[in-house]
Design a binder for this molecule. Structure first.
Ligand SMILES: Cc1cc2nc3c(=O)[nH]c(=O)nc-3n(C[C@H](O)[C@H](O)[C@H](O)COP(=O)(O)OP(=O)(O)OC[C@H]3O[C@@H](n4cnc5c(N)ncnc54)[C@H](O)[C@@H]3O)c2cc1C
Length: 432
């Protein structure tokens, strides 16, 4: 079989069907925009709290990053702990780190409660060092994480790395046993089914075009316009991540959409799969232009990276397949003759400070900015923001932190600077 431009995960999952004949309701407590982890998790929690919820999705359930990702449910954030402490101080960083661990538990609890068959496994993650200096920094990070967050990571020196990974490319590694692997398409399908079971209504092929302030019977709220008609909602929650568009211009200006791409090989013989990843970890490297990889439950090597910075097109996906296959063979020469069967891409959401953000903007609730760490955090933020809209005050360290826009305001939602950013990060990998 040649390479198919198709998301491998979708060949293993069946998305729940929203009732296409159902009319948009006239009014709801909450209109949720986007049916990925963020929106569906919020919809599930809200519906369980008794709220009436309409999830409005431009495409289909799970169509965005939520079905396309590596399925790595990771501790920590995109930024390292020392950087976080320098930005937010010790106390808030402690709460953020605790939230990252709680977000993994939140996924586990939902998977258990809703009985979602998504190959959830606490297999841990392995970060591998591309340079000696990166490995030297691991010891400092482990020490800070132990001291500040009371959480244990393990250093794996170069001489012992073969017990973790069948590659000689790296200077050593760092393991966190608390991270998890899932099949993301099955997980988002299960989350969607759970939200529907709880009473949320999902409307597919229903792109939100406009959101305007509107009162109804003296209650403040929003008129939400779609091609299938308009509805009135007391609250609006935006979970559109890297696909945030013109319907929410204030958020669009704060989020940079960045392409990420994945290849999946043919099914590998068991012995080879165990040699490549003896403990079946979720693996990523220490570069800015990162590679992330793992085995799938049926023993394919799934290898991803920011092979092109632009969001996905047919052309960028084709080129990415070549770049990623070369990268995979550099890491694993054993895969030189292995066929690549699938390639696909998706869009990540980066805020200008590379942090998750949640709260309200002009009265509209939102959560986004997961920067490639969204499987757990999107689920968790959707849940927390739902509690907030239901009138509770959950602990959420990402609410209220500064949410910067582009320097000098030079950004209208069209990322003209991405080729420069891509070149800049490649340069950083070369020099640092
Ligand atoms: C290739 C790739 C690999 C990744 N790997 C990992 C990983 O291994 N681990 C990890 O933690 N994270 C990973 N991520 C990130 C993670 O997938 C995302 O952070 C997460 O899925 C975000 O979920 P979401 O629900 O916020 O957004 P999405 O799943 O992107 O959903 C947003 C939805 O909003 C809809 N939408 C947009 N505008 C409108 C509108 N106007 N009206 C109605 N609907 C609209 C879109 O159609 C889309 O379905 C990866 C992402 C990609 C792309």
């Amino acid at each position: 079989m040649g390479i198919q431009q198709q998301n491998y995960w979708l060949t293993t999952a069946e998305m729940p069907k929203a009732d296409a004949s159902r009319a948009i309701p006239q009014s709801v407590d909450v209109a949720v925009i986007g049916a990925g982890f963020t929106g569906l998790s919020a919809a599930r929690t809200l519906a369980k709290k008794g709220a009436s919820v309409a999830v409005l999705e431009a495409e289909t359930i799970g169509w965005g990053a939520s079905s396309r990702n590596g399925g790595m449910v990771l501790s920590g954030m995109k930024l390292g702990v020392n950087k976080l402490i320098s930005m937010y101080g010790r106390e808030r960083t402690q709460r953020m780190y605790a939230a990252s661990l709680a977000s993994i538990d939140c996924v586990e609890q939902i998977v258990r409660e809703e009985n979602i068959a998504c190959d959830f496994s606490r297999c841990g993650h392995l970060e591998v060092a591309c340079k000696q200096a990166h490995f030297d920094d691991y010891a400092r990070q482990v020490e800070v994480i132990r001291r500040e967050f009371n959480h244990e990571l393990k250093i794996v020196p170069r001489g012992e790395l073969r017990s973790e990974i069948g590659s000689d490319s790296y200077y050593g590694g760092m393991v966190d046993e608390s991270s998890v692997g899932v099949n993301p398409a099955r997980y988002v399908a299960g989350l969607g089914a759970a939200a529907i079971r709880a009473g949320a209504c999902v409307f597919e092929q229903t792109r939100v075009q406009k959101i305007e302030r509107a009162s109804q019977t003296a209650v403040a709220g929003w008129k939400v316009t779609t091609p299938r008609g308009a509805l009135w909602a007391k609250n609006v929650f935006v979970g559109t991540s890297g696909y945030t568009g013109a319907a929410t211009p204030a958020l669009q200006k704060k989020i940079i959409p960045i392409g990420s791409y994945i290849i999946a090989t043919e099914v590998l013989p068991d012995a080879l799969a165990r040699q490549l990843s003896p403990r079946n970890r979720m693996i990523y490297d220490s570069k800015n232009y990162i590679y992330y990889y793992r085995l799938t439950p049926d023993n394919r090597m799934l290898f991803g990276g920011r092979a092109a910075f632009f969001p996905e097109t047919g052309d960028s996906i084709r080129k990415s397949a070549e770049i990623l296959q070369r990268g995979m063979i550099e890491v694993y020469p054993q895969l030189r003759d292995t066929k690549v069967e699938f390639v696909w891409g998706g869009t990540l959401d980066f805020a200008f400070d590379i942090m998750p953000h949640a709260g309200q903007i002009d009265g509209i609730h939102y959560a986004l900015g997961y920067a490639g760490h969204g499987v757990a955090m999107a689920t968790y933020q959707g849940h927390l923001m739902a509690l907030e809209m239901a009138g509770e005050s959950p602990e959420n360290p990402f609410v209220g932190i500064p949410f910067p826009g582009a320097p000098l305001g030079l950004y209208n939602g069209k990322p003209w600077f991405l080729p420069f950013a891509g070149a800049y990060y490649k340069f950083l990998d070369w020099v640092s």
